[in-house]
Design a protein. Structure first.
Length: 243
């Protein structure tokens, strides 16, 4: 471990989370790989508005951060940033990348081969189509139907991967062989986003109408914010409760 000195605000909670891999479903992962700023960073940035001093104590910071979030004075929250490494199926990634205020770099299947890793819903999580909302799923299906659905999904994943490997063996370029891969294949990204926009992401992707699979990723990121930035989480969750 490097003994390095830093003059910048550090979050004890975030330090403990750095490098910890949180599993999501069978193959998914979320890891906090880097961050900038702590709760104090937001309060300190906000006090610049009136050239105020550092604040009396933690309680003063907590109150200020709550006030800022309620008043939608959101720019101080942009002074904090988080970088995650995330492994997710391509169908989740398609929803995830819609959040344009983040920066990302994705693993390229032009450079390296896609691994044999595909999403199959758990037996108790094969869901029916909602009868009231055209976009959403409804109740879980019976075990019998779930087993049939999982066999179909798993079979197609295997067939697609076997075809992919055959194309590679034939000498087809990786960038073309990948056209047979289903959206259940896993991809990996490094994803960097400031706290203001991460909280916006969480609001949308923790909501009951978000797809359950992306919600599982949002829940891990919410846990990370709660542990690493407790005052910011407190301000956000209090506002959500009152919404
Ligand atoms: C439940 C749910 C269902 C969805 N269904 C669909 C769907 O059927 N089809 C589909 O295509 N997408 C769908 N989406 C994606 C959705 O339309 C948004 O693209 C996504 O949620 C990102 O939200 P955002 O634009 O607020 O976030 P970000 O892209 O992170 O942007 C954050 C904020 O920045 C501002 N901003 C960003 N870009 C612009 C811009 N170009 N102009 C002005 N302001 C901007 C806005 O204030 C925005 O809220 C769905 C999302 C959810 C949560």
């Amino acid at each position: 471990m490097n003994e390095c000195r830093t003059g910048r605000p550090v979050s004890d909670g975030a330090e403990q989370l750095l490098g910890v891999i949180h599993p999501v479903h069978e193959y998914g992962q979320v890891e906090l790989v880097d961050y900038l700023g702590a709760d104090r960073t937001v309060a300190r940035a906000a006090r610049t508005s009136y050239q105020g001093d550092e604040g009396k104590n933690e309680e003063a910071d907590r109150k200020l951060i709550r006030r800022l979030w309620v008043d939608k004075h959101t720019s101080p929250f942009e002074m904090v940033a988080l970088t995650f490494r995330i492994r997710m199926p391509i169908f989740v990634m398609r929803q995830h990348v819609r959040h344009r205020t983040a920066s990302l770099n994705e693993w390229s299947f032009r450079y390296s081969e896609c691994p044999d890793m595909f999403y199959v819903p758990a037996r108790d999580d094969v869901r029916s189509q909602s009868s009231t909302n055209k976009q959403m799923s409804g109740d879980p299906l019976t075990d019998d139907v779930s087993d049939k659905a999982r066999t179909l999904i798993d079979g197609l994943n295997h067939q697609a991967y076997a075809t992919y490997k055959k194309l590679i063996e034939l000498g087809v370029a990786r960038e073309q062989a990948r056209v047979v891969l289903p959206v259940s294949a896993y991809t990996q990204i490094v994803w960097s986003i400031d706290m203001r926009n991460l909280l916006h992401y969480l609001r949308l992707r923790l909501a009951p109408d978000a797809q359950k699979e992306i919600r599982a990723y949002a829940e891990v990121m919410a846990m990370i914010v709660r542990q690493g930035w407790p005052m910011i989480w407190d301000a956000y969750s209090a506002a959500e409760e009152n919404a």
